[in-house]
Design a protein around this ligand. Sequence first.
Ligand code: UDX
Length: 450
Amino acid sequence: MGKQEIAHILAIPFPLQGHINPMVQLCKRLISKGIHVTLLTTASISTTLQIPTGINPINIETVPDSNVKEIEHLDVYEIFIQNFRASITCGISETIQKHRKNLKAILYDSLIPWTLDIAHEQGLKGAVLFTQPCTVSSVFYHLHKGTLEISNDDQDFEVSLPGMPVLRVKDLPSLAVDSTSNPPILRLLVDQFSTFEKADWRLFNTFNKIEHEILKWMENQCPILSIGPTIPSMYIDKRIQDNYDYGLSLFKPSSESCMTWLDAKEDHSVVYISFGSLAKLGEKQMEEVARGLIDSQCNFLWVIRDHKESDLFQALTSSPTKQGLIVNWCTQLEVLSHRAIGCFVTHCGWNSTLEALSLGVPMVAMPQWTDQTTNAKLIADVWRIGIRVRIDENGIASREEIAACVKDVMEGDEIRRNAIQLKNLAIESVSEGGSSDMNVTNFVVQVIST
Ligand code: UDX
């Protein structure tokens, strides 16, 4: 291939924040190793993307769609997914033809396995990216293969699968336990494996040192490459100052300057709270979190996406001591890497988990649904870099419980030491010559020689 002819990959993320971020970061890695990347999404999704102000190295292209861009209720997921599939299937040929000359492969999210057939029909290779931990993906692998049956009647039911910690009902992915709660999403998760063996590459956003056993097991089923954590390089190597290195956000960060507020706080004195881009806490749980924070007497920065003023929140944020700052959205990586952050009260989305882990921030785990329950198990019991809140019979974590967990994590030396250890392992894996870095390099070499 001549100098001007750089191998080209077409990347298609699943159009949710927790899936766009790892895909975008992986694309940047590929670009840094000499591949050209075009990211394909629908027109309506692209209008909500907050493109960073610096140089954006990824070429973004769109296909027309029927304008379903926001998921307000989980029951519209099915329509959202069907529309996304129809739009991509209809519009992708034009993009492929446009870049035909050097296009080698399609890199697609595991939630859209049908993309592989498109790639193969068009004479391209297909690389699938799994954006959840291998432990969670393996549960869905077993469900797909019919080698796992879960009984949700018995709370003492335990699952013991090869390469995994023993998982109790509360540790299993929530949708796998309650198959009736959202059948379309469960189907989506199980179907991730429908074209698994046929894919030309299988990439996982995780790294060897944190999921060694299960990665080994999965490798024995089919060759895989762990390429994570997909954290922007500027957070791994402070000398790198790429201002394009943030993700592509679907939400606009609040105008309130979190950074100025954090700058005025002491080291490790602030609790950062976020439940990601999808989960919504009920009113009762919100109140318990708020009261727990007051009782912990710690400063806090809380992301509430649809925040409405209430007397309680007024009291929290306008006291003379300004104990808390509430924002609608922030640049989470920038916040987590601030010296003032002492712990992260998190819903345990896999990106949030990997981000906190890579930045050495200990966690209070408050999982809400899907993979988060299993991620919380890994955080609290396997890696011991956080504490999981206990919930009562009504599914509520009380203010006392939250305040106690926050205090234990903020003051816990062992948890902090473990968090620093894992941070170093994460950095090692993505630094030059580390296991994930070598896997990305191998992938690039293979794509170029296709
Ligand atoms: C969802 C699921 O909940 C998660 O469990 C799954 O693994 C991926 O899809 P989400 O709930 O959004 O994702 O959580 P998470 O995976 O943590 O992703 C959220 C992303 O948004 C993170 O990369 C985080 O940095 C970013 N974020 C969040 C911001 O940039 N600003 C914020 O204020 C909050």
